[in-house]
Design a protein around this ligand. Structure first.
Ligand code: F6R
Length: 236
């Protein structure tokens, strides 16, 4: 794992954008995308860039179960709001969380991933180590699946909702196997609330009880963190 410590999330967005732009210039055709606070400055850089994304397919990590795509808390809405309304892509994919047959949706999503191998995957990390919504204990060979969100994730995500009762309790997520199959990974984490997670991810034991630690086994991961998130790392 390569760790880059930046001064701010703004600088992190620029560093991440440079990696992404290089991948696109080198022929990347599929980008795996994340939602949440961490990738926002990267998306801002993508919005203002003059890079041509019209031949690029995007595949998002996850979506809450039960929210309509136009719900402001949905990840469909987040992606439209932060990126897709501003820039044209060849295709954009986000799992559907409001379909009657979620298992069928998971199979459909795996098919999309199989047809579009991910060249560069953008990730954030949950305080409990989740990547995508692969919560602690998710098998490393998992593909797209429906998951119960842990109390820690519900707590961490309640900041986006009016009431904790409104936070969905289930999600559909790309699996750890699909994340690990991507050619390159950028992991973004900012702020002191991520310091423990960054330490466990980078320097802790590799174990599915802390899913992000599995990234230590991926050959091409760049972790971009600010000083607060890097505070607990021993080998800086
Ligand atoms: C989002 C996702 C999650 C987030 C993680 C960190 O699509 O898959 O794993 O990346 O919860 O979220 P933030 O960036 O909001 O701290």
């Amino acid at each position: 794992m390569k760790v880059i410590i930046v001064k701010s999330q703004e600088e992190g967005g620029k560093v991440a954008y440079d990696i992404l732009a290089k991948a696109v210039e080198n022929g990347a055709k599929t980008l795996g995308l994340a939602t949440g606070s961490s990738p926002i400055t990267l998306y801002q850089e993508m919005v203002k860039s003059d890079l041509d994304f019209s031949d690029i397919t995007t595949i998002n990590l996850d979506e809450y179960v039960g929210l309509e795509n136009d719900n402001v808390q949905s990840y469909h809405f987040f992606m439209m709001d932060n990126l897709f309304q501003f820039r044209d892509f060849k295709e954009t994919h986000v799992p559907e969380g409001k379909v009657s047959d979620l298992e069928e949706e998971a199979r459909r999503y795996d098919q999309i991933i199989e047809e579009n191998p991910i060249d560069l995957q953008v990730l954030g990390v949950g305080p409990n180590g989740h990547i995508g919504f692969n919560e602690p204990g998710t098998p490393i060979d998992s593909t797209t699946h429906i998951t119960d969100l842990t109390q820690s994730t519900i707590e961490a995500n309640k900041r986006f909702f009016n009431d904790i009762k409104d936070v969905p309790t289930k999600a559909i997520t790309m699996g750890i196997k699909s994340i690990m199959d991507s050619k390159e990974i950028i992991m973004l984490a900012y702020g002191d609330k991520k310091a423990d997670a960054v330490y466990q991810m980078v320097e802790g034991p590799v174990d599915v009880s802390f899913p992000a630690s599995v990234l230590q086994n991926h050959p091409n991961v760049t972790v971009i963190v600010d000083e607060a998130a890097a505070a607990k790392l021993e080998n800086k």
